[in-house]
Design a protein around this ligand. Structure first.
Ligand SMILES: Cc1cc2nc3c(=O)[nH]c(=O)nc-3n(C[C@H](O)[C@H](O)[C@H](O)COP(=O)(O)OP(=O)(O)OC[C@H]3O[C@@H](n4cnc5c(N)ncnc54)[C@H](O)[C@@H]3O)c2cc1C
Length: 526
C-alpha cells in the first residue's frame, strides 16, 4: 500500500504572525501576489463566526466540491457552515488546475515559437523562457482569479466560514478549533493529495508534489518526474518546453495508461519531440541524495539507467483525505485508497452524511466535483433522488496535443461486453489541422453496435478539451452521430472532424439494398 504520509511534512513551513496555523507551502514565495491570494483564501486576520443553532448543512473542505455545495445550498436558503483547514479553493485554485494551466500556457508559447520555422518564420535568437517571470505571471493570474473562492465572498453569500481543521464528534456534530457545530446533514468534501509510492529512498530525498511544485522560482536544470499520468505528462512536457532536461519514469508499459493506446502513443511521441526522456516499464527504481542532486537508478526495457536530477516531482497517484476526520466514530466507511464509500446518491454509510469530489470518486476532476456537489444539494436538503451514475463526465489532459475522453473506451466496452462500432477521423484528412500543422491526432467515436447512439469518444487535438463538449452534449441528451452529421460546422475548423464522423455513420446506412432502391428511383425519375 502506498505510504500516505502528508507530503507537506517534507517542506519547510512558516507561521503566520498572530495565527498559529503554519503558512501553506503553496503561498511561497510570499510575495505580493501570494499575499493577495492569501488575503482571499485564508485571511490571516479571519475571525470565525459564532455558531448559532443547528445548521441545515455543514460542509467540510472548501475546494470545488465544498464551495459549490455551500454556495448552492445557501443560495436556496439553507443555513450553511463551511470549514476549511488550509486554503479555500482547494487544489484546483491553489495547487492544481489553475497554476498548472498557467504554466502550460507559457510553455505552449515557447513551443510555438520554437516551431516557427516550419511556418516560414525566422526567430533569430531562439527562445529562452525566463522561468521566474513565467511563475510570477502564474501567481499574478492565480491571485486575480482567487476572489471567486474568497472567504469574504462566501460570508457575503450567507455562509458561515470557519477556518480550521474539522473533526466529527458525533452523528450530528463537528468540532472546529474550540467550537462545536451541530448539523442536520454534513458533507465531506476534503479532497485528495499526492500519494507517496513505496519507492526505496523516497523518504530520504527532497521531492516536490503538486503542493510545492508551483512555488519554484528557478527552473530546474534537470527535472525528474515519477509517474506518467495526466499531471506527470503535463508537467514533464511543460518543463521541457521551458528549458529543463526532463526525465519521466513510468512503471507501466506506456504513458497515460487509462487513455486509448493510440492517443497515448501520439502524446508520448510529442513529449519526446519536446525533449522529454521517457523511461517506460521502469523497474527497480531507487532514489538517493548525491551532492545536492537526486540520483535515480532505474531499469527500463532491460537497460540500467543511473541519472541525476536537480528537482524531482512525484506524481504517482492521489490519496483521499480521510484521516483525522473521526469518520470511524460516526459510522462513515472509507478505504485509505478509494476514499469515503458513497452510494449512487452520494450518501455515505451514515445517512446524515454525504460526500462529494476527490475524497469519494474515481473521477478526480474539478467539473466532476462541481456536479457531484449539485447532486448532494438536491439529495441532502430536498430528499432528491439524483444519481451520480447518470452523470456523463468528460476529462482532458492538457498536453500538446490534448487528449480528451468521455464515456466508454474500447477496452471498457470489451470488458463490460458492450458491442460497439468505432468511427475514426484522423486529422491528416482535416483541412484546418493540415493548415495548422497539427495532423497528429484524431477523433474516435464508439457507438452502440448497429446504431448511432454514442457510447464513448476520444479526441487527440490541440484543443481536444474544448471539442469533447460537443460529444458530451450529444451523449447527455441522447443525440446520435446522425444528428451530429446533419449539424453545420464552420469550414475550416478542427471540429468539422466530428461532423465527418456523422457522414461516416450515414455511409454505413447506404446498404446495397438501399443503394439499388435509390438507383431504381433515380432511373424512374430521369
Ligand atoms: C496538478 C493538478 C492539476 C489538475 N488539473 C486539473 C484540470 O486541469 N482539470 C480538472 O478538472 N481537474 C484537475 N485537477 C484535479 C482537481 O484539482 C480536483 O479534482 C479538484 O480540486 C477536487 O476538488 P475537491 O473539492 O474534491 O477537493 P480539493 O480541491 O482537494 O479540496 C478539498 C479541501 O478540503 C480541505 N480539507 C481537507 N481535510 C480537511 C479537514 N479535516 N478540515 C477542513 N478542511 C479540510 C483541504 O484543505 C482542501 O482545501 C488537477 C489536480 C492537480 C493536483
Amino acid at each position: 500500500m502506498p505510504d500516505e504520509r502528508d507530503t507537506r511534512a517534507n517542506h519547510s513551513m512558516h507561521t503566520i504572525p498572530g495565527n498559529q496555523m503554519p503558512r501553506d507551502p503553496a503561498l511561497e514565495p510570499y510575495d505580493s501576489y501570494n499575499r493577495e491570494l492569501e488575503s482571499h483564501v485564508h485571511p490571516p486576520d479571519w475571525v470565525n463566526p459564532q455558531p448559532n443553532g443547528r445548521y441545515n448543512l455543514v460542509v467540510i473542505g472548501a475546494g470545488t466540491a465544498g464551495l459549490v455545495t455551500a454556495a448552492g445550498a445557501a443560495g436556496l436558503g439553507a443555513k450553511v457552515a463551511l470549514i476549511e483547514r488550509s486554503l479555500m479553493g482547494g487544489d484546483c485554485l491553489n495547487v492544481g488546475c489553475v497554476p498548472s494551466k498557467g504554466i502550460i500556457s507559457a510553455a505552449r508559447v515557447a513551443r510555438t515559437i520554437r516551431g516557427a520555422d516550419e511556418f516560414g518564420i525566422d526567430v533569430p535568437d531562439g527562445t529562452k523562457a525566463e522561468f521566474s517571470r513565467v511563475m510570477e505571471r502564474m501567481r499574478r493570474l492565480r491571485a486575480e482569479i482567487s476572489p471567486n473562492d474568497a472567504a469574504t465572498r462566501f460570508r457575503d453569500l450567507g455562509v458561515d466560514v470557519f477556518l480550521g481543521e474539522a473533526k466529527f464528534t458525533g452523528s450530528n456534530s463537528v468540532r472546529v478549533g474550540e467550537q462545536t457545530l451541530e448539523f442536520r446533514k454534513a458533507v465531506i468534501a476534503t479532497g485528495a493529495r499526492a500519494s507517496a509510492p513505496p519507492i526505496p529512498g523516497l523518504q530520504e530525498v527532497p521531492y516536490l508534489t503538486n503542493e510545492t511544485l508551483f512555488s519554484l522560482t528557478e527552473l530546474p536544470g534537470r527535472f525528474g518526474v515519477i509517474g506518467a499520468g495526466p499531471i506527470g505528462c503535463e508537467m514533464a512536457q511543460a518543463f521541457a518546453s521551458l528549458g529543463s532536461e526532463v526525465l519521466l519514469v513510468e512503471a507501466a508499459h506506456g504513458i497515460l495508461p487509462i487513455e486509448d493506446p493510440e492517443a497515448s502513443e501520439i502524446v508520448g511521441r510529442s513529449l519526446q519531440q519536446d525533449g522529454v526522456r521517457l523511461l517506460c516499464c521502469g523497474k527497480e527504481l531507487k532514489l538517493s541524495g548525491d551532492d545536492g542532486s537526486i540520483r535515480m537508478s532505474v531499469e527500463s526495457h532491460e537497460r540500467s539507467y543511473d541519472e541525476r536530477v536537480d528537482q524531482l516531482l512525484v506524481s504517482a497517484g492521489r490519496a483521499p483525505n480521510v484521516q483525522g476526520l473521526g469518520l470511524e466514530t460516526v459510522g462513515v466507511e472509507f478505504d485509505a485508497r478509494k476514499g469515503v464509500t458513497v452510494d449512487d446518491r452520494m450518501r455515505t454509510t451514515n445517512p446524515n452524511i454525504y460526500a462529494a469530489g476527490d475524497v469519494c470518486s474515481r473521477y478526480k476532476f474539478t467539473h466532476a466535483a462541481d456536479f457531484m456537489a449539485r447532486i448532494v444539494i438536491q439529495n441532502a436538503l430536498f430528499k432528491g433522488r439524483s444519481k451520480a451514475s447518470a452523470l456523463t463526465i468528460p476529462w482532458c489532459t492538457y498536453t500538446s496535443p490534448e487528449v480528451a475522453h468521455v464515456g466508454l473506451s474500447e477496452k471498457e466496452a470489451q470488458d463490460r461486453g458492450v458491442a460497439i462500432d468505432t468511427y475514426t477521423q484522423h486529422f491528416a484528412d482535416v483541412d484546418r489541422a493540415i493548415l495548422a500543422g497539427e495532423t497528429d491526432g484524431f477523433v474516435k467515436v464508439h457507438t452502440h453496435k448497429g446504431t448511432d447512439r454514442i457510447a464513448g469518444a476520444t479526441i487527440v487535438a490541440s484543443h481536444a478539451g474544448d471539442m469533447i463538449s460537443e460529444i458530451t452534449l450529444a451523449m447527455t441528451h441522447g443525440l446520435g452521430l446522425k444528428k451530429i452529421g446533419s449539424t453545420i460546422h464552420p469550414y475550416p475548423t478542427q471540429a468539422e472532424s466530428i461532423r465527418k464522423l456523422g457522414d461516416q455513420y450515414n455511409r454505413t446506412r447506404l446498404t446495397p439494398l438501399v443503394k439499388s432502391l435509390f438507383q431504381k428511383w433515380l432511373a424512374w425519375t430521369r
